[in-house]
Design a protein around this ligand. Structure first.
Ligand SMILES: Cc1ncc(COP(=O)(O)O)c(C=O)c1O
Length: 479
């Protein structure tokens, strides 16, 4: 029997193959890419698919077409400087103080005139809005009363079953009974934090970390200790152990699968090590897995939850990066904290929107979600590659750029002397939003960093905005 592979898969296979040749050094800048005919034979895909893939690699800045001659590897490809490693000694536990900056960043998030490099979700242009709307209409007309009524925690059973099935794809044994539906990952993370810690407690976080985590710690009167995070392999376990030996840490909050902003991914063995290290000390891990399904490799990464034999992991996720952030539907698998979490959820926020839960259950059970995820992963990888290329081309010499394993954001280290707050303010004058690096740490150590969202389609407007941003950054150091 011959298995027909979907077109997206074949076309992605070609891009991956060329990227791998470049990464291994088998194809160097200036080299000619394999001819269409040769590659078509070798990979068993049509010439049209190879052409489409090459044109896309050209858009991403990886290949350049030369008339009558073929496709060549772009000269800039190996000159993009990746983000460097940082020192591994944990700092002190600190209070977080953001002041107004956090609100300032969010103030512009919904302004349609602003180019949204400051948010961190893929644009709705990449989402199956029509099919999701159809699923929502169908639910309302079939179950009008149920759609309008409360759907109390732990939430809709069918949705929880669908989510559990998603976990089966990455070797994680979870049942519907283990899952509690929340209003987005934000609620899952914040209730998890309250469930395992209280005011004055010390929480270990990645550095740099997703700034809302620091905001939660700030608002709950807890202290953050920042653990260095490798741009490729994630949380530094030696540094974490050192912190455990010197401080009374009550919980760890981390994203072992695709962190925000670095886009790094802990190798599977290190995730297991992390969970074991925590289990030995009976310290809970609050896992933020919102980007777990937006990976760039050929195999789905496993959540830390899948190594959790002692039930110490509270794994949080949502549909915000994959489907519809406005639906505000997320979940937690809270392990041994399940009952306490449920009580807190009931006390503090009661039910999550019924229509949205039912519509998502309908959409997932139709099989459309899995097909959509395949397309989304390819699209985000291309978006990010192209973003890297354009930043390398337009930002000053000495700029370093992350090389994400998933997600849709880039972490950019500008030359010393560039102040991200200054750049944030100047960019806003041009209707461009970015996220200043200073928000990703309580220690202000990322003053010369920016996070840039590549989740909006590259077109004239976004490309011009990126060039303008490049000029602003060049100007900041008098370049
Ligand atoms: C790393 C990370 N975690 C959690 C969230 C929050 O997700 P939600 O919109 O589902 O609350 C975000 C959203 O930006 C995020 O980037």
């Amino acid at each position: 029997m011959t298995v027909t592979r979907p077109e997206t898969y074949k076309y992605d296979q070609v891009s991956r193959y060329i990227n791998e040749l470049i990464e291994k050094g088998d194809l160097k800048p200036g080299d000619k890419a394999p001819s269409l005919r040769k590659l078509s034979k070798q990979l068993g895909v049509s010439i049209a698919t190879i052409t489409q893939s090459y044109v896309n690699l050209e858009d991403q800045g990886i290949l350049t077409a030369k008339p009558q001659s073929g496709f060549y590897v772009n000269a800039l490809v190996n000159q993009i400087n990746d983000i460097g490693k940082s020192a591994a000694t944990p700092g002190q536990a600190r209070r977080v103080r953001f002041g107004e900056l956090f609100e300032e960043v969010f103030r512009n998030a919904n302004n349609p005139r602003i180019v949204p490099f400051g948010t961190s979700n893929p644009s709705m242009d990449f989402m199956p809005v029509k099919s999701l709307t159809r699923a929502t209409r169908s639910i309302i007309s079939r179950y009008p009363q149920r759609s309008m009524d409360y759907l109390f925690p732990p939430g809709d059973r069918k949705l929880r079953e669908q989510i559990a099935q998603q976990y089966a794809q990455n070797y994680t044994r979870v049942t519907a009974d283990d899952i509690i539906i929340t209003s987005g990952a934000t609620e899952a993370l914040s209730i998890s934090l309250r469930t395992v810690a209280k005011r004055g407690d010390i929480i270990a976080v990645e550095s740099p970390t997703y700034f809302a985590v620091l905001r939660m710690i700030e608002q709950m009167g807890m202290l953050a200790v920042e653990i260095d995070t490798d741009p490729v392999t994630g949380l530094n376990l030696d540094a974490l152990e050192e912190a455990f030996d010197t401080m009374d840490i009550k919980a760890v909050m981390a994203s072992p699968n695709t962190s925000n902003p670095l886009g790094c991914q802990m190798p599977e063995e290190r995730k297991r090590e992390l969970v074991n290290l925590l289990a030995e000390r009976d310290i809970p891990l609050i896992e933020d897995d919102v980007y777990g399904s937006v990976y760039f490799g050929d195999k789905p990464p496993r959540p830390a939850k899948s190594y959790d034999l002692n039930n110490i992991v509270l794994s949080c996720s949502s549909f915000s990066k994959t489907l519809a952030p406005g639906h505000r539907v997320g979940w937690v698998i809270a392990g041994r904290y399940h009952k306490k979490f449920l009580q807190y959820k009931q006390a503090w926020s009661s039910a999550t929107s019924s229509i949205n839960q039912l519509a998502l259950a309908e959409f997932l059970s139709s099989g459309q979600y899995d097909r959509h995820l395949v397309r989304l992963r390819v699209a985000m990888r291309e978006q990010v590659e192209r973003g890297r290329f354009m930043i390398a081309k337009n930002f000053p010499e000495g700029t370093r750029i992350s090389h994400p394993h998933g997600g849709n954001v880039l972490w950019v280290e500008m030359p010393k002397g560039c102040d991200s707050i200054d750049i944030f303010n100047r960019a806003l004058e041009h209707n461009i939003a970015i996220t200043p690096g200073i928000l990703f740490s309580a220690t202000r150590r990322f003053r010369n960093h920016l996070r840039i969202n590549c989740g909006s389609p590259w077109n004239e407007s976004t490309e011009t905005a990126l060039k303008t941003l490049g000029k602003i950054v060049c100007g900041c150091r008098g370049g």
